[in-house]
Structure formats: C-alpha cells, structure tokens
Write a protein that binds this ligand. Structure first.
Ligand SMILES: [Zn+2]
Length: 270
C-alpha cells in the first residue's frame, strides 16, 4: 500500500511517501521524476517512508513512483519485488503579482571584479547545494525559522529594476535586523560564509537530500561543520547581499530542486 502527503501534489511542492508492503522487506528504493529515493523503515508502524518533491518546472500530469523492494532472506531469499503507483501533479497556484523592487546596480549590472565574485559564488553553490547525504538527520515536522509574517511567498514572479528575474525560490519573512534565526530541523552546517547575492549565507544539510538555506543574515551563530538541533539559533537576520531591506529569505532544496518551505512545514512528519 502506497500513501502520500499532501493529498494534492503541485509543482514546487514537497511530498512524503509512505509504503506499507504486504511482506517484510530488507530494503526499499524507488525512482520519482528522475530522482533515486531510498526509503527508511519505521518498525513501529511497519512503514517505509521517504521525503521527495516535485520541481517547479515539472509540467502538470501523471507520474509514476517506481518501487523496488528486496525481500527478507528466507524461503525466497533476496527476491526483488517491483511495483509502481501513479500520482497526479497539478499546477501550483503561485502569484503573478509583479513587485517592482529596486536594487543597487551592482546586482543587475556587475563590473568585472563583481562578476568574478558572482562566478565564484556560483561554483560554491554548485559544489554544495546539490549534495545528497544518505543518512537522515532531520526528524519530525520542521520549525519555522522565525515567528514572523510572510512578505513574499515561494514561486512568485519578481522584477528587479524593470527586468524580470527568475521566480522567487524561497520564502521571505518580515523581520527586522538582528532577529534570531532558527534551524528548521536537525542538521550539519555545510556553508556559513558571505556570498555576493545571498549575503551572509547559512546552509544546513539535514540528510536524505534535504537542505535548508538562510540568506541576508547580519551575523553568524554557527560555523561550517557544526551540528545543529532543530530550533537552534544559527544567525541573526539582516539585509546583506541582494536585499532591498532587512528580511529573512529561507529556501528548501531536495536533491538539487527548490521546494516551497511553507508546504514543507505543513507536512506532518514522524
Ligand atoms: Zn526572498
């Protein structure tokens, strides 16, 4: 039996698969939208589960979760079982309100020295933001990084100095400078350094391909390599990097794909 959260899948949304096989399995793995997924077993509920997602670019349609389980050694040892289940992805309703933001020219028309810093930053992000650490550190439903109102939702279309930019790939929270920023779940600090666009930037790796990103901080409270607990203060909010003013931009990545942080916080996870 395969179940999932949320009831309705949308592009840009995280999903939570739960599989309760009819027989005991040694392992369970799967593929979903071109991603390899490994499932964890919860002995109490006899359920295998995995966190996954649907990229913003995924077209509405029906997609199959292909599963392969290995049976527990016994009468038929090491037998492989395959099954699949289809899920429908609907188009997420993301606002198309055009917000005219004015940022400094160095962000829209960088000079050669600034261009070099931007390229260095792109390399750092390529090196760190697509990693998939198999071991799971996160557990349970995440914690909001700050108790604050949302000022910009995920997926909205933005315009910088009259030029249409990429969709907003995170969630903006309205906080003043110096507000403590909490880790959304347990994890390891993979980045805690200043970057050109992101400003003071913290990235946490929660395992199983899940990363959370915290941008524009005024101060770091962790360093790269630190282990953090859910709710632990990792920095103070600010307006560093490409920001029109102090706010907290948080983002969620799963296996290299940006997902809606607000939807992730709504999933009820064990
Ligand atoms: Zn933002």
């Amino acid at each position: 039996m395969v179940r999932a959260q949320p009831v309705r899948f949308v592009n840009g949304g995280p999903v939570w698969f739960q599989v309760k096989p009819l027989q005991r399995l040694e392992s369970l793995s799967g593929t979903w939208l071109g991603h390899d997924i490994s499932f964890s077993f919860d002995a109490k509920s006899k359920t295998w589960f995995a966190l996954a997602g649907v990229s913003l670019e995924t077209a509405p349609g029906t997609y199959a979760l292909e599963l392969t389980g290995e049976t527990v050694a016994g009468k038929v040892s090491g037998e492989k079982l395959s099954f699949s289940r289809k899920f429908t992805v609907a188009r997420g309703k993301y606002p198309k309100i055009e917000v005219k933001l004015s940022v400094e020219g160095k962000f829209t028309e960088p000079n050669p020295e600034q261009q070099k810093q931007i390229e260095e930053g792109q390399q750092v992000k390529k090196d760190y933001l697509n990693r998939v650490t198999l071991e799971r550190e996160w557990s349970g439903t995440g914690t909001a990084p700050a108790d604050a109102a949302i000022s910009a939702v995920f997926g909205s279309q933005r315009i910088f100095n009259g030029k249409t930019s990429s969709p907003h790939l995170g969630l903006d929270l309205r906080v003043s400078s110096g507000t403590p920023v909490a880790a959304m779940n347990d994890g390891t600090v993979v980045l805690a350094r200043p970057m050109y666009f992101e400003g003071n930037f913290v990235v946490l790796d929660h395992g199983e391909g899940l990363l959370t990103l915290y941008l524009h901080l005024s101060e770091f409270k962790v360093k790269e390599g630190d282990q953090v607990k859910r709710g632990q203060v990792i920095g103070l909010s600010g307006g560093t990097g490409r920001a029109t003013g102090p706010h907290l931009h948080v983002a969620v990545r799963w296996q290299g794909t940006y997902l809606d942080p607000a939807s992730l916080l709504r999933l009820r996870l064990p």
